[in-house]
Design a protein around this ligand. Sequence first.
Ligand code: NI
Ligand code: MN
Length: 224
Amino acid sequence: MKITYFGHACLGLEINGINVLVDPFITANEKAKHIDINSIKADYILLTHAHQDHILDAEQIAKRTGAKIISNYEIVTHYNNLGIDGHPMNHGGTWTFDFGKVKYVNAIHTSSFPDGSYGGQPGGFVIEADKTIYIAGDTALTYDMKLIPMAFKLDLAILPIGDNFTMGINDALIASDFIECNAIMGYHYDTFGYIEINHNEAKNTFAKASKTLTLLDIGNTLEL
Ligand code: NI
Ligand code: MN
């Protein structure tokens, strides 16, 4: 599995030649000006919740690529109404796709669309393919995370670390204990003033606990 960071909470996963894009928010991200959304490949688009900083470019990319949207029922219905195909899920549910198994798991957050309409309840994803990863979505630290290692042995967890709207670094460290995973990639930081972080401090916090925090430059790829 290859994971490319497109900034904010947007990830491009390449799994056995299949491209899975997560939470595309690129064209309005000042820090991702060098990313051309027309060059992004997508067979599927996973959306954790309906907030603008997670869905902004989903419609355009889905229409260009024909990608199928995977999200909660309300978000998939919203895209169905725009003529975009999707696979609806809800919390606790698992489905096997051609790239691997996806479970939609709990997140503590909100999920309205930019116009205020209901975007279902927010979630995260556990993906079981050649590697097993947890993409937390926007979330607070929650005891529900303890359920994950009861069913999965994670190779990597992608956690929000920007604070203010989600967990910050200290809670993300506790989350890594809850999910029993010492390899963490941070996301949802630095995009706006509210979520700027000190990279060295963040990495040291994890290093002191004998854990790894990876912070990718936008456009860079991590190979698992
Ligand atoms: Ni959000
Ligand atoms: Mn967000």
